[in-house]
Design a protein around this ligand. Structure first.
Ligand SMILES: *Cc1c(COP(=O)(O)O)cnc(C)c1O
Length: 379
């Protein structure tokens, strides 16, 4: 038994993070204000090439504020990709709104444009046009940007682009996060860069960015005392976390290279193994950061080896892997809300597995992973 665990995706530090944190301490700017926040936002804006970024304390907070900025209120309906992490959908409930879940398409595993349109038409027939569409770039693979946008524009419904897993991914050379009416990033511990915990919202106007910051800092009116005319939130990023973010931005490009190298490693490893497909972008217009490398296992072609058999074999060797996101419409908390589509998301969940994808996996780690997989499939 190997003692050191191979994680799915562990944080990976660049080197300058501690320097920036020290600067924050030295200047006593350890609150959710300070130069690092401004610099981190600026770094993100420069990297993304367009938009106005507000740094927040989580991706979930960013999605919640995004819904508020799009005017989602109690009783409204919001369309949401079913196959995703629960944080994409929970903020709909925070607003007292009603989630309506949509199936995936098999090429990018993201929002199916046909099921999306079917849902919109049906909801309109039932009397209400949905207020927003939450589209996700799962595992860093961009959703079908053009097709989803066409449907959204046809019915004038704004897109909240959940880019939590896709910092550094792009479609036709334009960065993910900049396609939605509002975009969202996460810098949680397992994401491609981390601020220990954090997120950001990106909008196309400075006024909206300022509005996001206003709401994220308790919605204080312009008065010498604390006065409030609106519901405020405590969602701003701290200057300490932003310092970590500045250091991480310096190594983002490097991380993407390492993630993509892990993806290449799996593509090579599985290329001669029947019944296993490594998830890939559909064509060269799509560029994925491959935040996590994922596979589908078709047990009819693998002598009955299922994703669970592989997961347990890896676990026995102290290697972490995880089934794909369990679709929201199958979750106990969400299963009573409407769902449109077929069983694509469900089948992906049943047959898919996320493999160790950390930026810091060594050659030795890779050989350990490889030997478990080859032993299982070459029996
Ligand atoms: C991580 C993640 C979030 C939430 O971000 P946090 O920073 O953890 O709050 C939202 N959506 C998706 C798809 C994610 O993977």
């Amino acid at each position: 038994m190997h003692t050191n665990k191979i994680w799915l995706s562990a944080p990976h530090l660049g080197g300058n993070e501690q320097k920036y944190i020290q600067e924050a301490f030295d200047s006593n700017w350890i609150a959710p204000v300070g130069a690092h926040i401004d610099c981190f936002e600026h770094d993100l804006e420069t990297y993304l090439g367009s938009g106005h970024v507000a740094a927040l304390n989580s991706g979930t907070a960013a999605i919640h504020l995004g819904l508020i900025l799009l005017g989602v209120q109690a009783g409204d309906t919001v369309l949401c990709q079913s196959m995703t992490f629960s944080a994409s959908a929970n903020p709909i409930l925070y607003q007292g709104a009603i989630p309506i879940f949509i199936d995936s398409e098999p090429e990018t595993w993201n929002l199916c444009p046909m099921a999306l349109e079917e849902a919109i038409i049906d909801r309109m027939a039932k009397g209400a046009t949905p207020k927003a569409i939450i589209a996700v770039h799962l595992y860093g693979v961009p959703y079908k940007i053009d097709e989803v946008r066409t449907v959204a524009d046809k019915y004038s419904i704004p897109i909240l682009e959940d880019s939590a897993e896709a910092l550094g991914s792009s479609y036709m050379s334009r960065k993910c996060g900049t396609f939605g009416d509002i975009g969202v990033f996460s810098f949680n511990g397992s994401k491609i860069i981390t601020t220990s915990g954090g997120g950001a919202i990106i909008t196309n106007s400075a006024a909206l960015k300022n509005r996001a910051i206003f709401l994220a800092t308790q919605a204080k009116d312009d008065a010498p005392h604390y006065q409030h005319s609106e519901i405020g939130y405590n969602y701003r990023m701290s200057n300490i976390c932003a310092g970590i973010g500045r250091g991480q931005m310096e190594v983002l490009g490097h991380h993407i290279g390492l993630k993509r190298a892990m993806h290449d490693f799996y593509a090579e490893l599985f290329k001669d193994i029947k019944g296993v497909t490594v998830f890939e972008v559909p064509n060269a217009n799509f560029f994925a950061n491959y935040w996590l490398s994922t596979i589908l296992i078709h047990p009819s072609e693998t002598n009955g080896i299922t994703r669970e058999v592989l997961r347990l074999a890896l676990e026995a060797a102290n290697i972490e892997s995880r089934p794909l996101w369990k679709p929201m419409h199958l979750q106990p908390i969400f299963c009573n809300y409407p769902y449109y589509g077929n069983t694509i998301a469900e089948t992906l969940f049943d047959t898919g597995l996320c493999l160790p994808s950390g930026c810091n996996l060594s050659e030795e780690d890779r050989s350990r992973i490889k030997s478990v997989i080859l032993k299982l499939f070459r029996k």
